[in-house]
Design a protein around this ligand. Structure first.
Ligand code: ADP
Ligand code: MG
Length: 266
């Protein structure tokens, strides 16, 4: 697997702590927040999308963030992934606080450690499945032949060996989301963030995508955070975090002072 973390001549990369040595390896959580607030100004109105969210995700967890529309799920995932900055509070990825990073450092850290999957797939219409999966590595100095081989292997793993050279318009929604999953995994991320990945799919395609994500979680120990308002997704999660009105109202994975979890769905 091509690993963009191994790049040596990246000018920005030198300012971000190394993945393979140093403080990041001692962190026990993949991502951690403390008292996270996010306010949006809409004209004269202030929307409190997040109101003091403190969560930490441990390596290998499959976390389901549940909550009705407007409860703050997307905002939380965007902040966890460094796509947006919080109004208040801190976020650390593998022990690295986002706050001290410039936009380009944050963008590089995101590129090296996080895979995103969105509700609307977000594929490039003119590119084939293989080309879409290749895209994140386009500016890395990886061996193009190896990248292509890795893309084909990943697409085969997600069940698309017969769709390698198809463009998105020639694929079903479920197939397009599989391409998006392969694209999210191509850089070998430490954290996979999926924001309502089944919302645009019918029930059986949605269930198949969730099954695939749980298999990848088991096979690769891929730390995964999936947001949804579909209660059936929670059945597959090792941990469920429930949100309402920008707050966490329940978390089955909180470790009690006696060292036992509050309960697990698995
Ligand atoms: P969910 O994903 O659970 O549906 P969101 O995180 O998208 O919830 O939204 C939480 C709240 O923040 C909602 O009231 C939403 O309207 C508001 N919100 C989200 N993003 C923005 C934005 N960019 N500008 C203004 N308000 C926003
Ligand atoms: Mg949302």
């Amino acid at each position: 697997m091509v690993n963009p973390k191994r790049k040596e001549d990246d000018p920005v990369g030198k300012q971000v702590p190394e993945q393979d040595a140093g403080p990041l390896t001692t962190a026990t959580d993949v991502v951690r927040t403390a008292d996270l607030w996010k306010l949006f100004k809409l004209g004269d109105e202030v929307v409190k999308a997040l109101r003091g969210v403190t969560v930490s995700v441990r390596p290998g967890e499959f976390v389901c963030v549940m909550g009705p529309s407007g409860s703050g799920k997307s905002t939380l995932l965007h902040l966890l992934g460094g796509l947006e900055r919080p109004t208040k509070g801190t976020i650390e990825l593998l022990g690295q606080p986002y706050a001290g990073l410039t936009e380009s450092q944050l963008s590089l850290l995101r590129h090296q450690t996080i895979g995103f999957i969105f509700q609307s797939f977000n594929l490039i219409p003119l590119l084939t499945a293989v080309e879409n999966v290749e895209l994140p590595l386009m500016f890395d100095d990886a061996d193009p032949g190896q990248v292509k081989a890795d893309c084909r292997e990943l697409l085969t793993r997600v069940g698309l060996e017969h769709r390698l050279d198809h463009v998105p318009a020639k694929m079903s929604g479920g197939e397009q989301q599989r391409v998006a999953i392969a694209r999210a995994l191509i850089g070998g991320p430490d954290l996979l963030l999926a924001d309502e990945p089944t919302a645009n799919l019918d029930r059986s395609n949605g269930a198949a995508i969730i099954r695939l994500l749980t298999e990848l979680n088991h096979e690769r120990g891929m730390t995964t955070v999936v947001s949804t308002h579909d209660a059936s997704v929670a059945e597959h999660a090792s941990r469920v975090i429930e949100m309402r009105d920008g707050k966490v109202i329940a978390d089955s994975g909180v470790v009690e002072p006696d060292g036992h979890g509050a309960g697990s769905a698995r």
